[in-house]
Write a protein that binds this ligand. Sequence first.
Ligand SMILES: C[S@@+](CC[C@H](N)C(=O)[O-])C[C@H]1O[C@@H](n2cnc3c(N)ncnc32)[C@H](O)[C@@H]1O
Length: 264
Amino acid sequence: MRRMHLFEIEDQPWLPSSIRNGITDFLQFAVEQGNLYKNFSVRLAKVLRAQQVEQIVDLCAGGGGPGLSMLKNIPEINAGKVKIHLTDYYPNLPAFAELASTNPHCFTYTAEPVSALDVPSHLKGFRTLFSSFHHFDQTDAQTIIADAINSRQGIAIAESTQRHPLLIAYMFVTPILVLITSPFQKPFRWSRLFWTYAIPIVPIAVAFDGIVSCLRTYTPAELMGLVANIPNSSQYDWDAGVERIGFLPIGVTYLIGTPKSLPE
Ligand SMILES: C[S@@+](CC[C@H](N)C(=O)[O-])C[C@H]1O[C@@H](n2cnc3c(N)ncnc32)[C@H](O)[C@@H]1O
């Protein structure tokens, strides 16, 4: 299946934040309930240990679901030795605030917009992008990786979508899941119920964006192809692949880049 760079509803600047937050609230819920990043977190944990990382800067953090997954699956984060700083171009502030208040030893956040294409130099730490790298075309995708290299920060990209018929079929079921789970998603918000039951834009947008996300997701070979053309990428070690989810023929596509130690 060829990669198609179509548009997603949640990327549109005109979209009211209450609808965008409704979409990312569902993603947070789905990631947490499905523990989708469990195996990937174990892989990431080894990298964080080897690199002696003390802070993760989560770009495109959405509702923060992957952050919770890391908290659950990486002991150093649970122990407060590695912090997670949440950022997004359209920050879901109620979700960020809820995570920071319930897990103050783990989460901090930037309330102002932070673009993954222009990470402020004061935000130091290992960069992560969960289920968001497909939002960027090849030029922007390379800009994100190149900036991590130029700032000498590690970077991990993990995508829960794939160009796989099973995942695309699953996206057609998501409106039903949104309708069933909306009242139980955190934080509770009347606006989400309004945009789910009164005017059901959230269930439609979750399915539409989910299908488009699958079609836009890079394969491990494409990710490595992007890296190969970036200046100084040879100064980093790269690992790309798919971390299977249970017995299913689908999984989390990942790319991890870490700076090679400099010669003494
Ligand atoms: C599909 S959501 C993923 C959210 C979260 N990482 C997760 O896995 O649940 C994609 C996120 O990317 C954010 N985003 C899109 N373009 C961005 C940009 N240029 N810089 C930072 N965030 C961006 C959106 O606001 C949205 O929250």
